[in-house]
Design a protein around this ligand. Sequence first.
Ligand code: ADP
Ligand code: MG
Length: 550
Amino acid sequence: MTKIDGATLIARSLKSQGVDLMFGVVGFPVVPIAVAAQKEGIRYFGFRNEQAASYAAGVAGYLTGRPAACLTVSGPGMIHAIAGLSNAWSNCWPMILLGGANDSYQNGQGAFQEAPQIEAARPFVKYAARPDSLARIPDYIEQAVRTSLYGRPGATYLDLPNDIITDKIEEEDFNLPPYCPAPPATLADPREVKKAIEVLRSAKQPLVIVGKGAAYSQAEDQVREFINTTQLPFLPTPMGKGVIPDSHKLSVASARSDALGGADVVFLIGARLNWILHFGLPPRFKEDVKFIHLDIAADEIGTNVPCEVPLVGDASSVMDQLNTALKEDSFTFDKDSEWLATLSEKARDNEKAVEAMCDDEQVPMGYYRVLREIRDQMPPDHLLVSEGANTMDISRSVLMHDEPRQRIDAGSFGTMGVGTGFAIAAAAVSPEKKVVCVQGDSAFGFSGMEIEVACRYQLPITFVIVNNNGIGGGFDSLDRNQPNPAQYTIAARYERMIEAFGGKGYFATTPEEMTTALKEAIRDPNPNIVNIMIDPKAQRKPQKFEWLTR
Ligand code: ADP
Ligand code: MG
């Protein structure tokens, strides 16, 4: 008879449920879990702070459709990882947080790093529990995996006391439950499917909005077929980019304001009418616009504005339903319509204005020139991570993606500082791809130390720091007596940081220096930093509405 410890049982259970990635920081009492995870064939990435590790686990779940684990020590470590739990909650991404905890027989005694961890996790998770015996660990893990995936995806939490991790159990005294399959297909009411087609057919100014729920559902084939059949104009949300190629001729992304403001029918595919879409309200949308809303979560339907046609179900399955229904009763939107003509004219005008800014060679550079260079140098098979307010917003209109899930950004929670952890996760998920992580200098600073992780694991990431000397920029000198709250060190040489860990750093202030540096950096399979100084006063092209309109 052989005995195994709780740590091994935890690792084996995770592996048997298809959890292949773990991001964390070890210490009491979780060292044995990380070691066991590696033995069981889970790839473990040791971070420098739980915050970035927890962001990494969330985005890995988004990219793969299977939750990744984040492993933390008790107390402070677990608390730091609430950053990632809340980010996964806000974005509807699956992940499992494994929080180490004090021995259960010391509960309430003021144990080392004792904290109300389950209670702390609760508002951000779909499931929070503490295994009550070793034999039941596999059940708890199966339940945490299943709950994170089924229905609207989200985070789950398991609290793991030291005694559960270190106690031993006979091999024949536990059972591993079967592998939890991908979520069962959920279909929309066929009457609503018919109605959706009728409403779209009779629309004069229809618009399809493709969100990150469609990307998560891996509905790209179905959504592409739908657009190609109906010839309806579409625009992606920031992370819906690439579900249909950005280069598709029916994309009206460059005429976003006019498309949203003029549409009489909007078909939302896995996107919420939250702040990113201005709550579905005027003046961004027409007063009487009709919404057709496809979402896996019934309770999302009708949020902020009434819904004309609810399509509750998984995006790829429901889009299949629509495509099947269209085979019997097809329609094609009029390619000569005034709506399309107006939108494409507006799109062309906006693209011209953006291109002019992209071609501006003046020094110091603006955001557009920097992002154009990245666009020109990035291989088609890239993964892009983008954050930092202006850097991220402008990158939506300059950087183009023809494949789904190629762009990861600050997301629904608008979280700054996610980029470095996201980039590490992206490289872990797709080791064959080049990861380009474009961050403002302030965004980079949140988790700058995590570049050591990228170097240690030799991940092919180029960190591009768009440096304007602070939060939102505006400063070219530092008042040392009383620095402005929004400013950081002027012309900080962030690229030198990576040299401490064996990576290469580049510094650029002119278009020529930038071009040379990016060419080399993006081809280099090792991690590197390209620190690019821009005009601290550089701005975004004037917008019809600010991003956040109330
Ligand atoms: P965006 O920022 O792109 O608008 P959101 O995160 O606001 O995206 O919305 C994504 C929506 O997608 C969420 O309401 C979520 O419930 C939904 N969703 C998640 N998975 C699926 C799926 N498989 N099918 C359909 N909708 C999904
Ligand atoms: Mg900045």
